[in-house]
Ligand binder design. Sequence first.
Ligand SMILES: [Zn+2]
Ligand SMILES: [Zn+2]
Length: 307
Amino acid sequence: MTTEPPVDAVSDAFAVLSDETRLDVIRVLGDAGGTGSFDALPFSELRDRVGVDDSGRFSYHLDRLVGRFVERTDRGYRLRVPGIQVYQAIQAGVYADHEDIGPLETDIPCPEECGADCVCRYEDFRFHLECADCEAFRVRYPVDPHSFGDDLPADLLRAADRRLKRDTFSMELGFCPYCAGPVDIEYRGQRRRLREPTEAGNPVASRRTCRRCHWFIDFRTSVVALIKPAVAGEFAAAGVDTFAVPQWSGAYEWEETVLSEDPLRVELTMTVEGVTRIVAFDGELDVLAVQHPDEPVENDILRGRQS
Ligand SMILES: [Zn+2]
Ligand SMILES: [Zn+2]
């Protein structure tokens, strides 16, 4: 009876990485970057920097990396793209341990207007933001441990906002920020922890899910609106940079109304830094119209009667 040799490329890659010397090689080669490229290091210099005296032993470990993670060039050894990505994950702290932080007080008001402010904390590789009292508001999203500094909570809030913006933008462009897989959009309707239904209709939230790795983000429509070119452009013309506005409520005001269920038409009134615009969305969260509040609402467009 014969046993099949392990041919799986993924398990082979992880087997190659499960060695401290090899991870040190990746770290040293990564650190050698910074001049516009990932520099190549000659064998002897690389061995010196990794700190291995035994040339034969070092050569063995280096050879295991060559091919998938490292390439041999005329000027020495250099990281290939998969090697760079391992280095980046190490630098981001993806595989590091971290201590829980918080809860820390912030000056972000509870969006339910219960009178309390929000607290933030860092736990289980995730940023959390919630009301200190009524717990009605919650942002929870992964942030890498090395992506924020010691000035807390400011650094943590800034890191979470950046990560959320980046990922929202990627999902909005239709591809997953982690595996580049295609993204599906689904309206989930009224959501707990959003606002109570208004007289005019219910606030809605949408979920975007990666078909390949199943990563998902739930968005309020207002968060998507901030990065839509048609919306951002209107605000920019009035002197407001919507890209600089934090993703969580408190930084801006919004009121969302479902005008029609089929086809889905959503009207969003947003006020950012004193500037108000009314945005109409369809079921794909495409912008149908952006209007000044003094202009009459174009009901035909908003209600979807127009083809
Ligand atoms: Zn509250
Ligand atoms: Zn994905």
